[in-house]
Design a protein. Sequence first.
Length: 110
Amino acid sequence: MLKTYLFLVGAIICEVCGTMLLPVTQNFTKVTPTIFLAGFYLSAFYLLTFVVDKLPIAIVYGTWSGLGIFTIAILGYIFFKQSLSWQAILGMFFIVVGVTLVNMYSSKTI
């Protein structure tokens, strides 16, 4: 089971890296960042194929998207100087709490 969650973390990291490259590609006019972006997204989906064999797809997608949103918001604040209101920070806190609860209790209900 640990290996499954490591694949999920790898997929989240790849998806976040790809998303962080979106502004760098300048509407896909920069070739090198676009190639890396495509590689990261393909890697994310490839890693997800191993995860959905072991965990319910609803849990996988909720975790992948929730933690991806949280990480991208934090990295956007750090690297692109994007602002975060207190409401956005509170919402991201709820996302992390929700993902944690879903993963803690998913085996008991699904």
